[in-house]
Design a binder for this molecule. Structure first.
Ligand SMILES: [Zn+2]
Ligand SMILES: [Zn+2]
Length: 137
């Protein structure tokens, strides 16, 4: 079975052609794309695809914990198919989002009072990327 198909099945999602294509896209592109970016890129090979389908599929994948929906950008939701714990850095000049390492037991080990389980950690950095820095942003 293809990696993307297996990933969907493992998360209890029925692997339709469009779901597999979107999951595959996120596994190949570690660029943290938005709904619009994924829609425009996939449209070339899937002309019947609608933006609503992409949006609904991403919501479904997220609700099954098959993808991450990033909170780093207040204007857009960015999606991430890399599920191992990592932090994100967003450049305030060009807006690109770069993966950073993160220790998975941060910041809640041991668990504080009243917390029985942590299911998601998002650690966000912002600043200026090396390319923008060269261009004196
Ligand atoms: Zn930049
Ligand atoms: Zn990431």
């Amino acid at each position: 079975m293809e990696k993307a198909t297996q990933h969907l099945v493992n998360h209890g999602i029925r692997p339709s052609v469009q779901r597999v294509a979107i999951m595959e896209y996120l596994m190949k592109h570690h660029t943290h794309p938005t709904v619009d970016t994924i829609y425009h890129d996939l449209l070339a090979t899937m002309p019947t695809l609608s933006r609503t389908t992409v949006y609904n599929t991403l919501e479904l994948l997220h609700s099954h914990n098959a993808v991450q929906a990033l909170t780093i950008d207040s204007r857009n939701v960015h999606y991430d198919g890399m599920m191992s714990p990592h932090a994100h850095f967003m450049c305030r000049c060009c807006g690109r989002i770069i993966d950073l390492p993160m220790h998975s037991d941060l910041p809640a080990n041991p668990l504080p009072e009243h917390v029985s389980r942590v299911e998601q950690i998002q650690l966000n950095y912002s600043g200026v990327c090396d390319e923008c820095n060269k261009n004196n942003c």
